[in-house]
Design a protein around this ligand. Structure first.
Ligand code: AHZ
Length: 312
């Protein structure tokens, strides 16, 4: 073929290629000559498999002991991850998201509309992120929620010390006894129990498929309000008798809801910080509906609370 990069020998189990990697090309050079001179660099299928699986299993090994686990990669969890990644490149942060696609409810502004509203002072987060907005006085508007979420996601994923495990859900919490004078049965949260979401969804159809674990001194839970997947960690805290009961998210009141979620973001049980709409289930706070300032600032505060543990 005259292709200088042609495969020399395609032996099973061996990398293919002639030892030279294909030189970098410009898109312009490529565009001029598709029919004649174009070919991909050679590859053997096993190279693709190994390139993926080696990294994934190294990550599983590496993050089995994490510094911080964030449960849920919605607007709150991603905002917390962004703040932590920016401030503490020395910490290992595992971000666990049940869906294949991270972002939670932040791909749309409200109903099926594009624009995303944030009340001031959450505009500070957008400036930090470098996302453009229209200033409407007391609030700002990003032209598409997906612009906010994709920018935030790309920054979070670029931090070398943050690993997103998507399509993976937290299906239990790791706990250790931490008795107090008022509660001899108190525990602290010491990590999470994970499973691939597709497995977790099939516990009814198969005999026991045991999970995996991640140890961490601090877990930030941001799994959203109650629903098929939401409020996971706090519901578990109730069933293990670490919270007496949930307050239950109240009706929509934007003014009350957003202040309450940000101010309330805290360590709910030793080792577990709760933020975003999951917190409204704990505190019986109102929902805010389609305005996202409280989600990002709750994430900022959750990150701050988590870092206190490492400053102690
Ligand atoms: O898939 C969930 C979503 O991406 C994920 N999640 C839930 N349970 C999980 C589990 N393990 C791993 N057990 C899990 N991941 O958590 C993410 C939650 O994102 P979200 O957008 O639902 O929550 P948030 O609190 O970040 O943002 C809420 C946005 C809302 S809801 C609302 C209202 O209803 O009034 N208003 C706003 C702004």
């Amino acid at each position: 073929t005259g292709n200088a990069f042609a495969v020399k020998k395609d032996l099973p189990g061996h990398a293919v290629g002639n030892g030279h990697t294909k030189a970098h090309q410009t898109l312009e050079a490529m565009a001029s000559n598709w029919e004649n001179d174009f070919s991909f660099a050679p590859i053997r299928e096993s190279q693709v498999s190994r390139a993926m699986t080696r990294r994934y299993f190294q990550d599983l090994d590496n993050y089995a002991e994490s510094d911080i686990v964030i449960v849920g990669a919605g607007s709150c969890g991603l905002s917390a991850a962004y703040m932590l990644g920016k401030q503490r490149p020395d910490l290992k942060i595992a971000l666990i998201e049940a869906s294949v696609s991270p972002g939670g409810g932040a791909w749309l502004g409200g109903q099926l509309f594009s624009a995303m509203v944030m009340r001031k002072p959450a505009d500070a987060f957008l400036r930090d992120l470098g996302v453009a907005y229209d200033d409407e006085g007391d609030f700002v508007v990003v032209k598409h929620a997906a612009l906010f979420t994709s920018t935030l996601l790309s920054k979070v994923l670029s931090f070398p010390n943050i690993k997103l495990f998507n399509a993976t859900c937290v299906e239990d919490l790791i706990t250790r006894p931490a008795p107090t004078s008022s509660d001899p049965h108190a525990v602290r949260v010491a990590g999470v129990v994970t499973n691939w979401t597709l497995v977790a969804l099939n516990h009814d159809t198969q005999s026991c498929m045991d999970p995996n674990t991640i140890n961490a001194p601090i877990v930030i839970s941001t799994t959203g309000h109650d629903g098929p997947f939401g409020a996971f960690s706090v519901k578990r805290l109730v069933s293990m008798q670490q919270l007496e009961k949930l307050g239950g998210m109240r009706g929509l009141d934007m003014n009350r809801a957003e202040d309450a979620v940000v101010k309330g973001t805290r360590e709910v049980v030793k080792g577990m910080i709760v933020g975003g709409m999951e917190l409204s289930e704990v505190d019986g706070a109102n929902r805010m509906g389609p305005t996202f300032g409280a989600m990002v600032l709750s994430g900022v505060k959750a990150a701050e609370e988590a870092l206190k543990v490492f400053e102690e």
